[in-house]
Write a protein of this length. Structure first.
Length: 116
């Protein structure tokens, strides 16, 4: 199973980006799909996660600006990021929990840079 994240880039403060992360390989059903981020010199923190039951949770710092969504038929999770701030600059990682394997899979990370 491999997770491929994409959509990162350079954007000005106030702008928007949409991240995507698609799982490929021998996949069946994922329970949790989530996004994390890691800024330089800092730990990796949860940004948002979505369960197969439809519930979502967001870090306080992104509430009202970011939206996580998923397409289970495509084994893909998205992160719509609006009103971006310089402090959102980080490498963003997707993570998916594959029920069959009882294992969390990570994507390779995609860099988001927000200029002031």
């Amino acid at each position: 199973v491999q997770l491929q994240a994409s959509g990162g880039g350079l954007v000005q403060a106030g702008g928007s980006l949409r991240l995507s992360c698609r799982a490929s390989g021998s996949v069946s059903s994922f329970n949790e799909m989530s996004w994390y981020r890691q800024a330089p010199g800092k730990q990796r923190d949860l940004v948002a996660y979505s369960t197969s039951g439809g519930s979502t949770t967001y870090a306080d710092s992104v509430k009202g600006r970011f939206t996580i969504s998923r397409d289970d038929a495509k084994n893909t999770v998205y992160l719509q990021m609006n009103s971006l701030k310089p402090e959102d600059t980080a490498v963003y990682y997707c993570r998916m929990y594959l029920t069959r394997d009882r294992f969390y899979y990570w994507g390779q990370g995609t860099l988001v840079t927000v200029s002031s």
